[in-house]
Design a protein around this ligand. Sequence first.
Ligand code: PLP
Length: 434
Amino acid sequence: MTMSHDQDVLNVQDEFIFPAVRPLYENPLVLTEGQGVRVKDIDGREYLDMFAGILTTSVGHCNSKVVARMSDQLKTLGHTSTLYVTKPQVEAARLLASIAPGKLSQTFFTNSGTEAIESAIQMAFVHTGRSEVIGLRQSYHGRSFMTSNLTAVGSWRPLATSFPGIKHVQTPYPYRCPYKQPCDASCTEKFANDIEDVIRTTTNGKPAAFIAESVMGVGGYIVPPEGYFERAAEIIRSYGGLFISDEVQSGFGRSGDHWFGIEHSNVEPDIMVMAKGIANGAPVGAMTTRPEIADSWQSKTISTFGGNPISMAAASATMEVMIEENVPARASEQGGQLLEGLLKFKDEFDWIGDVRGKGLMLGLELVENKDEKKPFASKAQALLESCREEGLLVGIGGLHGHVIRLGPSLLVTATEIEEGLERFGRACHKLGAR
Ligand SMILES: Cc1ncc(COP(=O)(O)O)c(C=O)c1O
């Protein structure tokens, strides 16, 4: 069977792919090509991609430097396993250390964010000799048994069985702050108190780690109030635990001005986890830490595909492009332009309750009305579809699926942002002001 039409492909998907793997849109989109911030579907229709395969094609679809480096590597040496040393792996690790904050210098490469988070928690348990971890409600950390339990968005947790030792604290969520509106730095202490309270009441007082996304991704691009991470780090360290920053979405310049989202706070994490944008779509995850922490992992460990030469060539080429193009500055500038445009829509439409995020990681929280802030999931779904009709790809998230998420390639230009805003505006107008 030749699959030349979307319906043919969709039929095969239905028959042979797990139904739990649910694509976006009522009528799923079949993509066949991509270049920069543009993708094409199977019928040749072009879209402006403002979601970048979930913030992953960080330097654009089929970036020529990344493609060339991967193709060269594929023709030279395609696989070794970590039983052998390769130049591509050590080069990628060295580049990563050159942009990682402070003393974070040693890396373990994996094939996905899930695996890297799993490794980071294991690392914290091994290093501290403890086995309890504190995470945030509304966080997303992966799809394995442990990481889906660490995840605290119910719809992404497949099992009723709990992984032992995982505790969740209050979401530092300014738009829905239970303490004060508008939420500000004075609420930080109250959110932080919850961390201490959870440690004292639900653990044996000896947690191995606190883990958080520096900007919460799947949860709806939530940015904690000022000073939150400084307090969280102080508290977890006062109980002898490590601070782990999940930079899977917010890393590599995405949040603007800095290479990693946590650098907006005055906190140097003990362990940092990355994936997605690190290799422009090649399957790479990474956990990076200080040598004395890495040293405490004394048992043997291996990854057959982690650190694979082709993936590592992609990671190095992607990081080199990011450094050449100074993507933290670009994300700040283009993100500022995008934020300004989106804020205008907030004034115009009753159902846009909040516009927020950092750099090129921006979201709109949709509500039934601005006073009661009831999540408006059906409107978010309608807006997603309406954007598609306008040839614009965006994402969706939030606990109720009511947050529209934008996260284009970090090389997106001012003109492309302008075009995206025009298309987004037309998509919003189709849904009416109320
Ligand atoms: C913040 C965060 N951590 C971890 C993961 C898991 O990464 P992966 O899907 O590569 O396993 C994701 C994926 O969306 C994520 O957003």
